[in-house]
Design a binder for this molecule. Structure first.
Ligand code: SAM
Length: 190
């Protein structure tokens, strides 16, 4: 999706950053160290970045939407933020001990390109934990690109991640109601 399409979707579905929070909680599975260099891909309003900044001062959040980064800088100022497309591949390779992402890849059709970028960014031995919306069937009218959790797992393994685990799969709740959508969480190491 283009930057304009994503912004339009968030105007519709979630007018501000707190409402745009990802469904998962990948941070709970990472043991972040005070010396770690961390990045959050699709950081939205910077909530996870703020949590990470309580442990390490070295955390960068990137998001394609200016309004998310404005919100993050104002409300979650512990981290550094950049407006950037995670597919631009402009960040330095082999630089991060921990990469996190919470429900951002659902906006990107080519999941291999997301995961390849993560692999490029990670230092050898670094860990990646992410959650994303997954589904058992195609999603009409939502403008989301979702795949099944098994497909994600296979992709992670085929792209070279080690120690890969499919950690959990839960139904997405919207306005207190369970939907047929799922969110799944995975971890892997470079
Ligand atoms: C559901 S929100 C989750 C935000 C944040 N991870 C959280 O949990 O609060 C998904 C975010 O991914 C961002 N995003 C989508 N595609 C992106 C891309 N190609 N590059 C960077 N950010 C992207 C969106 O702008 C949006 O803020």
């Amino acid at each position: 999706m283009t930057k304009e399409q994503i912004s339009a979707l968030y105007t519709d579905l979630a007018p501000d950053a707190p409402n745009a929070k990802g469904f998962g909680n990948p941070l709970q599975y990472l043991t972040i160290q005070p010396t770690d260099n961390c990045i959050d891909l699709g950081c939205g309003g910077g909530f996870d970045c703020q949590e990470i900044s309580k442990i390490t001062p070295s955390v960068l959040g990137i998001d394609i939407q200016d309004k998310m980064i404005d919100f993050a800088r104002l409300n979650n100022p512990g981290a550094t933020y950049q407006v950037a497309d995670l597919l631009d591949n402009k960040l330095e390779a082999d630089s991060y001990d921990k990469v996190v992402s919470n429900c951002a890849f659902m906006h990107i059709e080519n999941k291999a390109s997301c995961l390849n970028e993560v692999y490029r960014l990670l230092k050898k031995g670094g860990w990646f934990c992410f959650a994303d919306v997954t589904t058992k069937k195609s999603l009409p009218n939502r403008n989301l690109f979702t795949i099944e959790s098994d497909e994600y797992y296979t992709l992670l393994q085929s792209l070279g991640f080690q120690q890969t685990f499919f950690l959990e799969e839960k139904h997405v709740k919207i306005n207190g109601e369970y939907t047929y959508l799922l969110h799944s969480t995975f971890i892997g190491q470079k």
